[in-house]
Write a protein that binds this ligand. Structure first.
Ligand code: HEC
Length: 120
């Protein structure tokens, strides 16, 4: 009788624990520790870009499109000249984003951050 109760509790415990174990073991790592340059870029992105772009650069924002993976040429053209690299097909046909030339010194950091996401 006692044995029966104990084993019943064990089965119940295992059933209750299973989803928890599955959830924690299946949690996929989608970021790695950022380098100093990437962290600086993240700070600049959060401060200067997220009024329009999504705080998660992989997603579209309120006004601006997703920008994760942007090339150095693209970021430079956007920030310095409000333009696009030759032959680049923009994600949006609008022209809402102003040039932000005061961020010139942040461009390498912004580029490093926007390219720090692990691709699946
Ligand atoms: C005032 C809103 C606004 C701000 C601030 C802004 N953007 Fe944008 N951005 C846009 C919009 C809107 C577009 C789509 C094209 C357009 O309308 O100019 C865009 C397009 C882009 C593109 C090109 C996407 C593509 O592949 O076609 C990049 C790269 C980009 N932004 C990066 C940035 C970065 C980096 C910052 C911060 C330093 C920033 N933007 C700040 C609104 C903004």
């Amino acid at each position: 009788m006692i044995l029966k109760i104990i084993s019943w509790k064990l089965v119940l415990g295992a059933i209750l624990l299973l989803p928890v174990l599955l959830m924690t073991s299946c949690k996929k790592e989608d970021s790695r520790p950022l380098s100093a340059l990437e962290l600086r870029g993240k700070g600049s992105f959060m401060a200067n870009c997220t009024a329009c772009h999504n705080p998660d650069p992989r997603l579209a924002g309120s006004v601006g499109p997703d920008v994760a993976g942007s090339s150095l040429e693209l970021i430079t053209a956007r920030l310095m000249h409000q333009s696009y690299p030759p032959g680049y097909k923009p994600k949006r046909s609008s022209a809402l984003m102003p040039a932000l030339p005061f961020l010139e010194r942040d461009i390498p950091a912004l580029h490093a951050y926007l390219n720090s996401f692990i691709k699946r």
